[in-house]
Write a protein that binds this ligand. Structure first.
Ligand SMILES: NC(=O)c1ccc[n+]([C@@H]2O[C@H](COP(=O)([O-])OP(=O)(O)OC[C@H]3O[C@@H](n4cnc5c(N)ncnc54)[C@H](O)[C@@H]3O)[C@@H](O)[C@H]2O)c1
Length: 428
């Protein structure tokens, strides 16, 4: 294990940080100037740092370790977390450097790529910092929190201007079904798109099983940085439930809309070739679980200026799947156009012509299902090749997050929410 304690700067390391960079023979360019990545040889291993050592951060490390062992294209090098016991356990498990802050991890020149798996309200700031430090970024969904539209916009603009490599962690985008349908829509198979329906139904995620309280006696201090956890959220006294079960609270999360819908709305907006939304309305609320702040049931309708609607339904109170599932809990999207509809049935893509259309029904094989390893490999390849057009890029994440924020605000404020494309702002 390697640990770097920000308070004592004591590194308990198998290899020290300096040995690490020396062994890699790196030329560090860009940390001081920002927005430029380190120079590396074509076959050199890229260094990985994971920000957030909770449930998802450990899933990232497991998947990336598989890639490290299999093709040696990367090397796991560091993890950070504001809660020392998790950071140390993870650093030990993967035999990597441990840091207590993302700033320290980003200052580590042996790190080329970072994955961000912290609570939702932290993502955007850490992604911006990583971008400015010249790192490639794989950032978990949702890309920001529902009260952070301006941050989302800033991140989108900076990613575009810097030509940084950014991938949003909506791993369903690795499923070729959505890419194939997207290509069919762009080729004109369904004619003018007019409507899409989809949904996400999952139970759990925040109770004892989903978000255990590691230590009910935990307190802020050298081993738990409460201020860093709070980020830009309202300042509050330490609360062990808020820290470990942040998904229950509006300051840090948003229920199905922001936690689950990015998984399905991202592919749907990709398939529809959607731009920025124009109008959003939502219904729902806390229909089952009184002990949480965020809604457990959420239904949203979003219109787009290209004259189509996307409907997304979901509850965390019942996870019955009306149709066979693609991805863990998603309701299979149906994409409708003037000339016909596209969906997935029995693991095939099915095109059904509209009444009166002279087109034929068609059935297509799907090349590949959702695959986390493939998704990470695509991200790594993009970074290595300087390809900024990742399949789940920031431009798409910005549009999706804007729709989600508009819908969340619609429910919260009981209003129809509009987007003004001229001022690029949300109108309540
Ligand atoms: N793509 C997916 O399928 C998927 C699945 C699960 C979670 N996620 C996403 O991953 C993120 C993390 O979820 P989780 O279930 O792992 O939560 P978690 O609570 O298990 O882990 C989050 C970790 O971040 C740490 N942390 C908090 N603030 C920090 C900061 N400022 N800097 C560094 N570390 C900080 C916490 O101490 C905690 O260990 C969420 O945004 C969630 O939406 C995505």
């Amino acid at each position: 294990m390697k640990q770097n304690d920000s308070s004592s700067s004591q590194a308990l390391t198998r290899r020290t940080f300096l040995q690490h960079t020396a062994a890699a023979g790196t030329v560090v360019a860009g940390l001081s100037t920002g927005l430029s990545k380190r120079a590396f040889a074509a076959n050199e291993r890229l260094g990985i740092g994971v920000i957030g050592a909770g449930n998802r951060g450990n899933s990232h490390l497991n998947a990336l370790k598989h890639i490290q062992d299999e093709d040696k294209s990367i090397e796991l090098r560091a993890v950070c977390d504001v809660y020392r016991p998790r950071m140390m356990k993870t650093a030990e498990r993967f035999d990597i450097q441990g840091y207590m802050s993302h700033e320290e991890l980003l200052a580590d020149p042996s790190i080329d790529l970072v994955t961000i798996a912290t609570p939702d309200h932290i993502h955007g700031y850490q992604a911006l910092d990583a971008l400015r430090a010249g790192k490639g970024i794989y950032c978990e969904k949702p890309v920001t929190h529902w009260r952070q539209f301006e941050l989302t916009k800033t991140l989108a603009k900076e990613v575009a201007a810097s030509k940084g490599v950014f991938m949003c962690g909506t791993q369903g985008m690795s499923d070729t079904a959505w890419r194939q349908i997207g290509a069919f829509v762009r080729e004109g198979m369904i004619g003018q798109p007019i409507h899409a329906e989809c949904g996400y139904f999952r139970v759990g995620d925040w109770g004892e099983a989903g978000m255990p309280i590691d230590d009910p006696e935990a307190q802020p201090g050298a081993d738990l940085n409460w201020e860093a956890f709070l980020g830009d959220s309202p300042k509050r006294d330490f609360d062990v439930s808020r820290f470990f079960r942040w998904r229950m609270y509006e300051d840090y999360a948003g229920g199905p809309c922001t936690d689950l819908f990015p998984h399905i709305l991202t592919p749907v907006m990709h398939m529809m070739n959607a731009g920025m939304p124009s109008v959003a309305v939502a219904t729902g609320g806390k229909f089952r679980y009184e002990e949480r702040e965020v809604p457990d049931t959420f239904n949203m309708l979003v219109d787009f200026p290209e004259n189509f609607t996307v409907a997304v339904l979901g509850t965390q109170g019942n996870d019955f799947q009306a149709t066979e599932s693609r991805g863990s809990a998603s309701r299979i999207p149906v994409i409708r156009g003037w000339d016909g509809a596209l969906t997935v049935s029995d693991d095939k893509i099915v095109f059904t012509p509209a009444h009166g259309s002279n087109k034929e029904k068609q059935i297509f094989d799907i090349d590949r299902g959702e695959n986390m390893l493939h998704f990470f490999r695509e991200f790594i390849d993009c970074y290595r090749n300087g390809n900024t057009d990742t399949i789940s890029n920031m431009d798409l994440a910005y549009k999706v997050q804007t729709a989600l924020i508009m819908a969340y605000l619609s429910l919260k404020e009981s209003k129809v929410v509009r987007f003004d494309p001229v001022s690029e702002s949300i109108i309540l």
